[in-house]
Design a protein around this ligand. Structure first.
Ligand SMILES: [Zn+2]
Length: 256
């Protein structure tokens, strides 16, 4: 599965930048295989589990956040009793490492499938209208989801609603270091009309999906104004070297 992504990307021009380290997701000593070094955040595949830099940085942030609950390695999270987790991906490397657990919920999104229904056994959820009850989770994880959500503010409100007070949403979106958060579409009546050049991202389920929003660092201000403690944690050189978290930043946010 991950190998397909790897094969599709094999220009192999970055191979010389591949390096050794310990994978923050699967925990093994590994090689981070760089096939293309322009966007290391989405590259540097662990040869064991297929994780990319972004996955590993999120994993490190989760471990740091839950260290006090006995989480030392990423996989430990699956063993913590009483911790309820929701991940907005059912097919990623996190789902593979954590596996099927009663206290971990995974979902995917299909436009023509209502929240709470299942398709091929996988739960469908639209983050703008989640099917879960209030205060259902201690941790919500999403990776590069919110730039694809038409009403991302509504989506964040929904995540807030389903988190317990003090619960965490640990997530990534591509953050532009200079630009302000700005829509790439505008609602006119029922329609969303593009107001910026179309930007598509690869998606394992849908092929490609459209980007509705460019996020800037001012997302932090928005989060703080809407009931979150929020930090944009940028990877350090030491982490990059040790855990293969190249060029990453992750939002660690806590429902106040
Ligand atoms: Zn790995």
């Amino acid at each position: 599965m991950w190998f397909g992504t790897f094969l599709r990307q094999t220009g192999l021009q970055g191979l010389g930048k591949s390096r050794a380290g310990r994978c923050a997701v699967c925990g093994r000593r590994t090689i981070f295989l760089v096939t293309e070094d322009e966007n290391l955040r989405e590259n540097a595949f662990c040869v064991w589990c297929g994780s990319i830099s972004r996955n590993r940085h999120v994993a490190r942030c989760i471990v740091d956040t839950f260290a006090a609950r006995g989480v030392r390695r990423f996989r430990d999270l699956a063993e913590v009793q009483g911790l309820r987790v929701y991940s907005l991906s059912a097919g990623d490397v996190f789902a593979r490492v954590w596996g099927n657990r009663p206290h971990i919920v995974y979902s995917e999104y299909w436009e023509d499938c209502a929240s709470g229904q299942r398709r091929n056994g996988i739960l469908c959820e639209d983050v703008q209208r989640l099917s879960f009850e209030d205060e259902s989770f201690d941790l919500v994880v999403s990776q590069d989801v919110f730039e694809h959500v038409p009403d991302w503010r509504r989506g964040l409100e929904e995540v807030r609603r389903v988190l317990r007070a003090g619960g965490y949403h640990i997530f990534t979106v591509p953050v532009d270091p200079i630009a302000k958060t700005s829509p790439r579409f505008e609602r006119r009546g029922e329609e969303l009309v593009p107001i910026a050049p179309r930007e598509m991202h690869g998606d394992p389920l849908q092929g490609t999906i459209v980007t509705y929003t460019t996020f800037g660092r001012d997302l932090l201000d928005y989060l703080r104004e809407t009931g979150w403690e929020a930090e944009l944690r940028e990877t350090t050189k030491e982490e990059e070297r040790r855990w293969g978290t190249f060029a990453c930043s992750t939002l660690v946010t806590r429902r106040v």
